[in-house]
Design a protein around this ligand. Structure first.
Ligand SMILES: [Zn+2]
Length: 208
């Protein structure tokens, strides 16, 4: 067995812990076909993953949060590979989530959709996301909402959007009162300062 095949087997085995069953070979193939440093990292609250173009001959880098549920891990990984492949093909002068990125993401997603290995609600959310004419972003709210349902429930924690108006809740140690929806965020009052904050509808908060 060649050392490359052996290496790939090790990577494929490692990926199993993070991905839905049946996707480890697909992702291992991507890792070996694209020159990239792929890191599974401790969770960051501001993003699920990211792509950084290597400069001066450095390798490109993709990071993905290690605490994502398997479906979110897969979609985030494909999202970041779409950034990588778009960068390799078109360079830095196209929009981050423009037509080129969308077409690349679609190509990466289609085998996942066609595999029939994903739950129906995830598949439907992906198809909707692909056919949406709106500009995509790193955070497609409809898709995130579906993916979040597969997170392990955390004691006492709910999504802000599930709380009734005027509920008091805690987020990052501060107390807020939920107000009205403005696009994707709720206008909330911080109790201590009476300042207003726009907090994302899918933030994980603790009602009190
Ligand atoms: Zn993105």
């Amino acid at each position: 067995m060649s050392s490359l095949v052996a290496k790939k087997q090790v990577v494929t085995e490692k990926l199993k812990a993070f991905l839905p069953a049946g996707f480890e070979v697909m992702v291992a193939d991507l890792l070996f076909e694209n020159p990239v440093s792929f890191k599974i990292v401790p969770p960051r609250s501001t993003k699920l993953g990211d792509f950084r173009a290597g400069i001066n001959g450095e390798k490109h880098q993709i990071t993905v949060n290690g605490d994502l549920n398997p479906y979110a891990f897969l979609i985030t990984t494909l999202h970041e590979f779409a950034h990588l492949q778009t960068y390799v093909q078109y360079g830095r002068f196209v929009k981050p989530h423009g037509e080129e990125w969308k077409a690349t993401f679609r190509e990466l997603l289609l085998p996942a959709i066609d595999s029939k290995l994903l739950p129906m609600d995830v598949t439907n959310a992906l198809v909707r996301s692909l056919s949406s004419t709106k500009a995509s972003s790193c955070s497609d709210v409809q898709l995130s909402r579906v993916l979040k349902q597969y997170d392990k429930p955390k004691e006492g924690i709910v999504l802000l959007e599930s709380l009734p108006k005027n509920t008091t809740f805690v987020l990052q140690g501060k107390h807020f009162v939920k107000g009205d929806l403005r696009r994707k965020r709720y206008l909330c009052d911080e109790l201590a300062t009476q300042k207003k904050y726009l907090i994302h509808a899918l933030s994980e908060v603790k009602p009190i």
